[in-house]
Design a protein around this ligand. Structure first.
Ligand code: ZN
Length: 80
């Protein structure tokens, strides 16, 4: 009785959305990969929205860049 048409839009759900504008993100190959960083995520709202995210195991890495001040890493590291 239950016509279980489990949507083929499933793929659609999987695609992460831009936290800024709500558009879908897309995975983009980097031109110059660094340290296994072969892809990144860009917003399909580009160029209106220029949000990009690092690719982490096939998913965009949303990280908060909000709070400045605390947790400033490596301040004045004197490497030579
Ligand atoms: Zn966006």
């Amino acid at each position: 009785m239950f016509a279980a048409e489990i949507v083929d839009m499933d793929v659609d759900k999987v695609i992460p959305k831009c936290p800024d504008c709500g558009n879908k993100l897309r995975r983009i190959a980097r031109k110059s990969p660094a340290k296994g960083d072969t892809h990144f995520w860009g917003c399909q709202g580009y160029p209106d929205c220029k949000s990009t995210f690092n690719d982490k195991k096939g998913k965009p890495e949303f990280r908060k860049v909000a709070s400045k001040g605390k947790g400033a890493a490596k301040k004045g590291s004197s490497k030579k």
